[in-house]
Write a protein that binds this ligand. Structure first.
Ligand code: NAD
Length: 359
């Protein structure tokens, strides 16, 4: 197949991990005789430095025309000044909005050989396999905000808005994913307090009963879900929720497997390119040292093959290769306990070797 893929390395360790994912993409192209056209763009702090804009049109326009986008990470202390005109994260919010990427998919599945790196007990974490689907372009993060003076003190207001259609489309993504997995969907809200959540609950219920009645379906309040995630995470299959609750719950869930360096994510829209990235940030503390774990980005590449390019066999091959490398005991510094650690490049080389031995 032929596909246009835009690589956005970003800041900090972004360029190091994207360089390794690029090698994996080339290897897959070689093995399966695909023709991938790779191009590069700037986003985040590096784009602010060069263009004064964290997402210049020279980056956005090629992304709009691409089949898929692979992003490293953005941000770092250099761009942290609260009085700065713009910030790296603005580029991330803008690309999601511009491309209509309303559904963020985050699989949470600890690797069997790394179970003991989890902060939870083995008997709680073993067998966990959750797919979070977070609404990404609505809710309180995109509502109007205001800071005003009232009776001699400051008052801040944020609007939280969801339309029925926004809820329905993200629930459909989650329900479809659940149909292909364990056929169990959990919708998380705060319907006992928020009007927005009551609308969310009605809309979600309608989608499931009208189109996905085969699913086992539950609703859980967000405060209860925060507890269930650490007491009985194994009980969940696909979890769908709004932007704010999803932000918090997915970060909570991301610590379950024991390393940020292993978790990928995908942001999808109704049509057009998907955006794939590791869930971790730009890790400025280790940038340039060659020790970053490239596996989350390599697994994000697998998600890209699966969701945007429809190449399930290729995606599975990458995932199996990562599993094999971890099973063989290879570790970057972030996941090495008593074993010797290998570099970013060495880890990616091991994955490429495993891809070739499995292919
Ligand atoms: P972080 O995820 O960058 O780092 C947290 C810790 O995890 C650090 O100790 C780091 O060294 C380690 N770590 C992260 N990824 C790793 C990897 N692949 N291999 C090995 N170790 C890894 O989070 P932070 O320190 O809170 O944020 C740093 C910067 O990243 C900030 O500017 C933040 O705004 C930005 N950020 C960006 C994104 C994104 O681009 N999507 C997400 C989160 C944070």
């Amino acid at each position: 197949m032929r596909a246009d893929i835009v690589l956005l390395p970003g800041d900090g360790i972004g360029p190091e991990i994207i360089a390794e994912a690029e090698k994996v993409i080339h290897e897959i192209a070689r093995i399966f005789s695909h023709d991938f056209n790779l191009s590069f763009g700037e986003i985040g702090g590096c784009a602010i430095d060069k263009y004064g804009d964290p997402l210049p049109d020279s980056t956005l326009e090629p992304c709009k025309k691409a089949d898929a986008i692979l992003l490293g990470a953005v941000g770092g202390p250099k761009w942290d000044d609260p009085n700065a005109k713009t910030r790296p994260e603005v580029g991330l919010l803008k690309i999601r909005k511009e491309l209509g990427l309303f559904a963020n998919l985050r699989p949470i599945k600890p690797h069997t050989t790394l179970i003991d790196a989890s902060p939870l007990k083995r008997e709680i974490i073993e067998g966990v396999d959750i797919l979070f689907v977070r609404e990404l372009t609505g809710g309180v993060y995109f509502g109007d905000s205001e800071l005003r003076e009232e009776d001699g003190e400051q008052v801040a207001i944020n609007e939280m808005i969801y339309r029925t259609s926004e809820v329905e489309r993200v629930v459909r993504v989650a329900a479809k994913a659940a149909m292909a997995r364990g056929k169990y969907l959990t919708s998380v809200d705060k319907a006992n307090v928020l009007e927005v959540s009551r609308l969310w609950r009605r809309a979600a219920q309608n989608v499931v009963s009208q189109q996905y009645s085969e699913l086992k379906y539950d609703v859980v309040l967000v405060d209860a879900m925060a507890m269930h995630l650490i007491t009985r995470p194994r009980d969940f299959d696909v979890v769908v929720t709004g932007n704010l609750f999803g932000d918090i719950l997915t970060d909570e869930a991301s610590v379950l497997p024991g390393s940020l360096g292993l978790l990928p994510s995908a942001s999808l829209g109704e049509s057009g390119p998907g955006l794939y990235e590791p869930i971790h940030g730009s890790a400025p503390d280790i940038a340039g040292k060659g020790i970053a774990n490239p596996l989350a980005t390599i697994l994000a590449t697998a998600m890209m093959f699966q969701h945007s390019l429809g190449l399930s066999q290729e995606a599975e091959l990458i995932e199996k290769a990562v599993e094999q490398v971890l099973d063989a005991g290879h570790r970057t510094a972030d996941i090495a306990s008593d074993t010797e650690s290998i570099s970013t490049t060495e880890m990616a080389t091991k994955v490429i070797e495993a891809i070739n031995s499995l292919a």
